[in-house]
Design a protein around this ligand. Structure first.
Ligand code: FDA
Length: 584
């Protein structure tokens, strides 16, 4: 007999685990979240929070979304991505990042009701964890996962209560391993991975110092420092990252992974900070320092039986592109509605197979992208002549050469400009963040071919209602004139059907099917004098089906089916599609 029972046991209270708790509790599924430590993240690792993540948080409730904006650094302060010799030294180049370039800003505004922002993990985790606990998750801190055994009906997990030293067992229907980059859950299940751990060495130096005079005129969250050694290990260049403007900072500096990891004591931390800031007198108030390794590996299978992994447990990569916590939160959004449907008996167990089918390709995509971004600093070093060794005088001469009037100097400047502009694949890759399209048994395409990307799919988000893609955002207006995104109408733990005035029969069929299948299925007829009106015509242009057609979305706001026109028997069609998606 287990000591404790629950529907779902979640290991870890990081972004993946806390979001899972918050979502499952919102969907009415009993769950327990555990963390081996007594509290949440103690260093501000993740910070770049992208629009798709903000959509997940908005789906959790406007109060969750608002609390993020309240605590975050506003997008307007994120964007002057500076490359320099040191903060006090010469600025080498700059690029607008994170959706602050006017063209990119327009794409962001057109794509989502939410805004990218910078929220350190020390702020994000408490918001997610609080939401989970408030809504019903039972949390157990100082509780360490040790092992589990699964059988046909459930999973029995053994944990160590670190306060009493006692072993406890928890029986659950499902187990989620959201236990980070050294996941013991993944290891115990022997889940398959591709790639390598420990491909580079890095250190974090977290400190307080007022650096306003160096940065306030070029506000950014990232200041990249090019100095000899800056391309050894680490994330491609020395980094001074703003945690709170402009007096709390995190330096990321590399070390050679083939050497033992350095001991970063106060003296070394101060030295590195002085060197990167370019002020030999700088005094820092060191908060903490640690070393970590750059990883390049992802799970090709994210579940086995009743055990699932998500977040860093499944994808382990450097912070480049700011994808880790974002993807962890989005993994949870993909899995939790499925798990809720299965636990409540609304779906067959094989719906859960679609989790690996849909998220393992994303794991591969983001691990590959983040590691590629490290290498893409190379052309900047090359253009500056910093790749030929550590001879400081030679490096200085090479860098000085670009200030000349010769054709060679002009070519060097041009090479530097394009090398910096190319970094938009790391710092303004809206497509990487937003273009995920799923192909699995949890979508029904009826043979419709996936549309090609007209623009670079890494840089530009391309909306489509093709089944598998997230529903495009368009503003609709209620009868009071208040605006609502199409994403606000979708989600909330329900399937949603969108149709036009000519498709009223779809909405009527949806009501019947909802009752017959015992599932939450909302329907919205969008048109003049209806609850939601498409005054601008943006939705009509985005929906890619006729006015009498329909679009069906899943609780994670991804389209799972669409039909161009009215069907002969809309109820039969909806039943066919939902039965297929829900594996019934
Ligand atoms: P995470 O590691 O956060 O949490 C794991 C949880 O499991 C913890 O609560 C831990 O205590 C618990 N745990 C582990 N083993 C356990 C056990 N045996 N028993 C019980 N509990 C256990 N990402 C991003 O999206 N944007 C960004 O800008 C950045 N920037 C960034 C900068 C730097 C310097 C770093 C190092 C990392 C980032 N990241 C990032 C990445 C981000 O921090 C990372 O991807 C997420 O924290 C992953 O969240 P998870 O919840 O998956 O794991």
């Amino acid at each position: 007999m287990a000591d404790i029972t629950t529907e779902v046991l979640i290991i870890g209270t990081g972004p993946a685990g806390s979001t899972s708790g918050a979502l499952l509790s919102s969907y009415g599924v009993e769950n327990i979240v555990i963390n081996r430590y007594h509290w949440l993240a103690n260093t501000p690792r993740a910070h770049i929070t992208n629009q798709r993540t903000m959509e997940v948080l908005r789906d959790l409730g406007k109060e969750v979304e608002s609390e993020v904006y309240l605590n975050a650094m506003d997008q307007s302060l994120m964007g002057e991505n500076v490359f320099c010799e040191s903060l006090a030294g010469e600025e080498i180049g700059r690029m607008k990042s994170w959706g602050t370039h006017p063209l990119s800003k327009a794409e962001h505004l057109l794509s989502s009701p939410t805004f990218m922002n910078d929220l350190p993990q020390t702020f994000m985790e408490p918001i997610l964890f609080k939401t989970a606990c408030k809504r019903g998750s039972r949390a157990r801190m100082s509780t360490e996962y040790k092992s589990h055994v699964q059988d046909a009906e459930g999973v029995t997990t053994t944990c160590l209560d670190r306060m009493t030293g006692q072993e406890i067992t928890i029986r659950s229907k499902y187990l989620i391993g959201a236990d980070g980059g050294n996941s013991l859950v993944a290891e115990n299940e022997d889940l398959p991975f591709e790639g390598k751990m420990g491909v580079g060495g890095s250190m974090n130096i977290y400190f307080r110092a007022d650096l306003t005079k160096y940065v306030a005129h070029r506000p950014s969250v990232l200041y990249w420092v090019m100095q000899p050694g800056a391309n050894v290990g680490g994330i491609g260049m020395g980094l001074i990252r703003a945690i709170r403007p402009w007096n709390e900072w995190l330096i990321v500096w590399g070390y050679d992974i083939n050497e033992p990891a350095p001991v970063v004591d106060e003296a070394m931390a101060t030295d590195v900070a002085r060197q990167l800031v370019g002020d030999p007198e700088l005094e820092i108030d060191l908060i903490s320092a640690n070393t970590w390794t750059v990883n390049d590996t992802y799970a090709t299978q994210m579940s086995k039986g009743r055990v699932f992994i998500m977040g860093d447990a499944a994808h382990r990569h450097p912070p480049s592109n700011g994808l880790g916590s974002n993807t962890s939160i989005q993994d949870a959004f993909n899995l939790c509605w499925k798990m809720a449907a299965v636990v409540k008996g609304e779906a067959g167990e094989s719906l859960l197979d679609s989790y690996t089918a849909e998220r393992a390709p994303v794991a591969k995509q983001i691990v590959t992208r983040a590691n590629q971004s490290i290498g893409e600093f190379g052309p900047i070093f090359e253009a500056l002549g910093m790749t030929g060794g550590l001879d400081i005088d030679q490096i200085k001469a090479n860098m000085d050469a670009r200030c000349g009037t010769t054709p060679e100097a002009e070519a060097q400047r041009a090479a530097l400009n394009s090398a910096i502009a190319f970094k938009k694949y790391e710092f303004d890759a809206h497509g990487v963040e937003m273009n995920q399209r799923y192909a699995s048994a949890a979508t029904v395409t009826d043979g419709q071919i996936e549309p090609d990307f007209a623009l670079d799919a890494d840089l530009h988000y391309q909306p489509t209602t093709w089944p598998g893609a997230r529903i495009p955002h368009a503003w609709l207006f209620d009868q009071k004139g208040d605006k609502h995104s199409t994403l606000d109408l979708a989600g909330g733990g329900a399937f949603t059907l969108f149709t036009g005035l000519g498709g009223r029969a779809w909405a009527e069929a949806a009501e019947q099917v909802s009752k017959a299948l015992g599932i939450k299925l909302e329907a919205h007829v969008i048109g003049p004098r209806q609850d939601y009106v498409d005054h601008t015509g943006d939705w009509a242009r985005a929906r890619e089906v006729g006015d009498a057609g329909c679009i069906l979305t899943r609780p994670d706001q991804h389209v799972c089916w669409r039909n161009d026109a009215m069907a002969d028997d809309p109820m039969a069609e909806l039943t066919r599609v939902l039965a297929a998606i829900l594996a019934r």
